[in-house]
Design a binder for this molecule. Structure first.
Ligand code: NDP
Length: 310
């Protein structure tokens, strides 16, 4: 029997890729797009920025699968619906995230950012090389991606700390948890990497309040979500020289509007939400597997905690 899945995806090119991958790898799945005959009877929805009327228009949906690691794009109506929600966890995506972060860390550690800036002014300036162990890197979020990144950097010899909601114990990583301990970690941070999920608690966390607790000259890498950053605060912290700079992959409004001052703030590096994506084969494999599990009544893979919203 076919497994019907409603594909509620606002990205047309991504939808085409997923349909092709489902056809090739999962002939047992019947992909339906919103509005197609039979879509109103489907119980499983696979979503990326779905309309907030999804559950009103498709009241038979009983299980939501995000087509991504983060689930914030599902919106309040799905996240508070009480329906089970799963997300993608992909080993290749973890490695991709590590590669992206490593670029940022090396840029700062080995002064490649300043060398590139100096070149624009025909300026020859050498910098004293530091050992990786002299660079204190802190990771906000020690989940699937944050843990992988923190461990990878620790393996390369960096002095790594990490912060999560619940307390962790990880070899070669100083682990902090809870709001009260955050400032202890921030005060000992040269490079801060954000890999938190966006939730009502973490929204706007990269603000003046946080930047002021970082030492003078610290650097920020944001791979979480744009909603974590108070953009005006960041621009000010970089412009007044408190922060050496920032590398940003995600933005409140994507694509980042041409007129946004982040583009032209010296010391800020912009990338277009390309830190790391989950391959479409992994996405369709996990969605198909979870849809089958849901319909059989079996335990789901990678469910989010509905109380915490991630
Ligand atoms: P996980 O859910 O696996 O991990 C989230 C981590 O954040 C956990 O360690 C969690 O703590 C911690 N956390 C959550 N809320 C708080 C809080 N209030 N205080 C302290 N710690 C908190 O997520 P992933 O690692 O898979 O992904 C993280 C995010 O990365 C995604 O939500 C997405 O936004 C972003 N992302 C960005 C991509 C890009 O290309 N830029 C690609 C993929 C993801 P605990 O362990 O205690 O629960």
């Amino acid at each position: 029997m076919k497994i019907p899945i409603l594909l509620a995806n606002n990205d047309a090119a991504f939808t085409e890729q997923l349909i092709a991958a489902f056809q090739q790898r999962h002939p047992e799945v019947d992909v339906l797009l919103p509005g197609q005959p039979g879509s109103d009877k489907v119980q499983v929805a696979a979503c990326w920025f779905p309309d907030d009327t999804l559950l009103t228009n498709y009241p038979n949906i009983k299980f939501i699968h995000a087509l991504s690691a983060g689930v914030d794009h599902l919106g309040e109506s799905l996240l508070s619906s009480g329906l089970p929600i799963c997300r993608i966890v992909d080993e290749r995506q973890k490695q991709g995230m590590f590669e992206y972060v490593l670029w940022g860390v090396l840029n700062v550690h080995r002064y490649f950012d300043l060398a590139a800036l100096n070149q624009r002014q025909n300026r020859w300036q050498r910098y004293k090389q530091k050992a990786a162990s002299d660079i204190r890197v802190s990771v906000l979020g020690l989940g699937a991606l944050g843990e992988y990144v923190a461990k990878g950097l620790a393996d390369l010899g960096y002095s790594v700390s990490g912060w999560s909601r619940s307390q962790k114990a990880m070899a070669n990583i100083t682990c902090y948890s809870g709001e009260a301990s955050l400032s202890d970690m921030l005060g000992q941070t040269d490079i801060l990497i954000n890999l938190l999920p966006l939730s009502p608690v973490t929204r706007g966390i990269l603000s003046h309040k946080l930047f002021d607790q970082l030492p003078q000259g610290a650097y920020v890498i944001n791979c979480g979500r744009g909603g974590h950053v108070k953009e005006a605060d960041l621009i000010q912290a970089v412009t007044r020289g408190h922060l050496r700079g920032a590398m940003l992959d995600v933005f409140d409004e994507e694509p980042l509007p041409e007129t946004n001052p982040l583009w032209t703030t010296q010391g800020i590096v912009i990338t277009p939400h390309m830190a790391s994506d989950a391959g479409e084969t992994v996405v369709v494999d996990q969605v198909a597997e979870n849809a089958a599990r849901f319909l059989r009544g079996d335990a789901l893979l990678n469910p989010i905690n509905l109380d915490h919203g991630y």
